[in-house]
Design a protein around this ligand. Sequence first.
Ligand code: GLC
Length: 562
Amino acid sequence: MTSPDLAERPGALDSRPGAEWWRTAVIYQIYPRSFADSSGDGIGDLPGVTAHIDDLVELGVDALWLSPFQRSPQKDAGYDVADYCDVDPLFGTLRDFDTMLDATHARGIRIIVDLVPNHSSDQHVWFQAALAAGPGSPERARYLFREGKGTHGQLPPNNWESVFGGPAWTRVVEADGTPGQWYLHLFDSTQPDFDWSNEEVREEFRRILRFWLDRGVDGFRVDVAHGLIKAAGLPDYTPPAEADSMGGEEPDVPYWGQPGVHEVYRDWHRILDEYTGDRALCAEAWRPTADDTALWVRPDEMHQAFNFPYLQTEWDAAELRTVISESLRAFPAVGAPSTWVLSNHDVVRHASRLALTAVNPQGHGIGPLSVGKPIADVGLRRARAASTVMLALPGSAYIYQGEELGLPEVVDLPDDARQDPTWFRTAGERYGRDGCRVPIPWSSSAPAYGFSPTGISWLPQPATWAALARDAQIDDPGSTLSLYRALLAARRERELGGGSLTWLEGYPDRVLAFQNGNVTVIANIGSAPFAVPHGNVIATSGPIHDGMLPVDTAIWLEVDEA
Ligand code: GLC
């Protein structure tokens, strides 16, 4: 079934040409396996999403991004796709997808889906055909097979490391039982990289884009968008010690940010333009600076690119001022919005990350034996303040499920519960990303906090989460959920997403102060309370005492005219 054009629906979205919803939208990331489980198997599913759409309407978001739900052996939680055009039975059926999409659109909310073009699952028919067909075949040419080094080809073709740890190459056994070629996998060995210099690969992804566009999706979040093209000759590369997993701080890597990647997105942009209704592409491209990230959103490429330089900025006023200023110069310089983000399914949740006291590279995660573990109440206070700042910034913003509840990273997951390939490929040296993926709590007294009717949950939920459940927060004006609802309502009403930022003069260095429209935003990142100007308080991330803004607190004010 193809979804009818948005304009024909009740509650139709604004799909006029030029409306460009993605420039200002607040987009809520659903990580389906941890959102809501309707079947009771302990893994969230698409009917679970449909059942909670009204809760997301009430929260006040404009669109949803769904992490992968396509057919997959789930070796990397669905980022190992075996069939790009079907729903994995774990999550439901294509009919469930259509029902969810229709229900979402009927409420004026858009949906973007995850597209994973850098690699497939090793169970994809193409990879199975490549194994069977042997060296030199057109089937192998869809992936990156190479002969090994050494007299018997027993050494990998180069020294690249997998993002999840260990070598980025695996040797296959050929049909006659002898050790054979090696294939490249920047991620797990079950995730072979495609060869994007092969026109057949390009054509296949055009088909996949059209499949979902025809079904009515509003766009795609593009996984590993900086990784598709590898430098000619696959030269050796050694990352710095303690590097971020996705290369976010390395300028010059033979598999990240190669110039040829941009032509792929120009091609996709033209495909999206064939469709009505303002569809959008969002790049997951981990790059060192806003200027570099902005290359992905030049006018004929993608529409959004996650602002990871912002996500990776510490809780420090000077650094925040710099990254925000650079972002609001670099993205508009190419005609794009900045796409703000603080959390997702690959990073330590910001309610914990902002209170870490030791370096923690992206992707490494934290666990029971980590040094520099966060103090929970400091983390939550900072997270609420950081979100209060982010949601006042002009541009688009992404929220990761559960951050509106103030969920922390789960640090004490038992070893035998962990599932991230990072944990296995580094023999437990890196905890990985499971701690930000624990199923979210809906109801404080229900089994699995309302996540699943049977009480089963694919990762164990902490005993402390009853107090964080949605139903425990919804009527509490001081809760994190109430804060997000207030911020999102005021952001929409005052059109802050389409506004502009002016830094305010005369504030101490460690106080961030800016104006967007009629809203004055002040964040105290110092060490002593700060006296705020008189005015109408629109929202505050924590209690104000006698006109003093406490440390790690942010406020939105309509300041009285002098
Ligand atoms: C992206 C995803 C991450 C996944 C990886 C490999 O970074 O966000 O979860 O493991 O790509 O697909």
